[in-house]
Design a protein around this ligand. Structure first.
Ligand SMILES: Nc1ncnc2c1ncn2[C@@H]1O[C@H](COP(=O)(O)OP(=O)(O)O)[C@@H](O)[C@H]1O
Ligand SMILES: [Mg+2]
Length: 317
């Protein structure tokens, strides 16, 4: 039997009157995987996550958590921790009191609450602040307390809506580090963000969403290599003698070459997306140019190139 994915959305559509906020959104988060739900403001990220956590009902479509339909809400959500809107904790409460409160809701006894509180506050680097009022905390610190709350019941699956939004750069880095620190092989995470870097730093897979529709979904590495049906790489070529305009033009004319950028007289960066034969031809041409090639290094394309590829033409709309 194949293992049920941690989270599965199948054909989710949500309409507000005649406006379609999300349309036919499907995604699948495997157990132990971190998935980023990436898209610009208004793309439909919050709507998707609200439907996926049962906060709102979809117009159509199905959500399953570890194989259990979200319609069976209590059972499906039993091992899910989520933070959807940014909740504002009571300013006079301390992190210890907030966690005690959540622990009681989950029916934990005092000993268990004490042990787990220490665990989650240490992961979130908030242990030394446990007895201070949250009212005096920075936004990033408050966010980490809220994340500690979500983690307290030790959920296997975590769903977070833009947890670094509105934080200053230091707050963002600290929250990302905290999210990274809670990684474990049997914990899965679905996190929405509009920041590409957040996905590349934290996530093994990604669902890119725009105008309520999924543009791409799957493992980051597979998606990157799959753009245009062939793999996409950057070739950085360094030579002893300067590149002449003729040679730059010849490189640009090779099939599979997407673009050529001169990074100084003796270095060019070639974006290449073609077959192995085409790459062999290109490298052969460069070596036979008489420039005294010192190195040809290859760097895999990144998430940024994939995003640019998928949103091509947006700038001229
Ligand atoms: N309750 C609502 N009623 C009407 N339109 C909504 C409602 N909630 C969200 N929308 C619209 O749906 C679209 C997607 O919103 P949202 O899911 O919040 O995007 P994101 O979280 O990616 O910024 C936006 O155009 C937004 O204005
Ligand atoms: Mg949102």
């Amino acid at each position: 039997m194949t293992e049920e994915p941690a989270i599965e959305a199948i054909g989710l559509t949500k309409q507000y009157g005649s406006f379609t906020a999300i349309s036919n959104v499907s995604l699948r988060v495997e157990k132990g995987d971190y998935m980023g739900l990436l898209g610009p403001n208004g793309a439909g990220k919050s709507t998707t996550l609200k439907v996926m956590t049962g906060l709102i009902l979809p117009t159509s479509g199905t959500v399953k958590i570890e194989g259990v339909d979200i319609k069976n809400h209590r059972k499906a959500m039993a091992h899910v921790g989520c933070v959807i809107e940014t909740p504002e904790p009571y300013p006079s409460w301390t992190p210890a009191e907030m966690l005690e409160y959540v622990g009681r809701i989950y029916g934990l006894d005092s000993r268990e609450i004490a042990i787990r509180s220490r665990d989650v506050l240490e992961i979130m680097k908030m242990w030394e602040w446990r007895d201070k009022s949250v009212g005096g905390f920075s936004k990033g610190m408050r966010q980490r307390v809220v994340l500690a709350q979500a983690l307290l019941p030790n959920p296997r699956t975590i769903i977070l809506d833009e947890p670094t939004s509105g934080l200053d750069p230091r707050g963002m880095i600290e929250v990302r580090q905290a999210l990274s620190a809670m990684k474990s092989k049997d914990r899965s995470l679905l996190i929405s963000t509009h920041i590409l870097k957040e996905v590349s730093e934290l996530c093994g897979s990604v669902t890119m969403i725009r105008d309520g529709r999924v543009m791409a979904s799957g493992h980051v590495s597979e998606l990157i290599n799959g753009v245009g049906g062939s793999r996409s790489v950057m070739l950085n070529i360094r030579s002893r003698r300067p590149f002449t305009p003729d040679i730059v033009r010849d490189i640009g004319g090779c099939s599979g070459v997407v673009s050529v950028d001169c990074a100084g007289e003796c270095e060019v960066h070639v974006k290449f997306s073609g077959t192995s034969e085409e790459q062999e031809h290109l490298v052969g041409l460069v070596y036979s140019s008489g420039l005294g090639i010192m190195s040809v290094s290859e760097k895999g394309a990144d998430l940024e190139s994939l995003y640019m590829e998928l949103t091509k033409g947006d700038d001229v709309r």
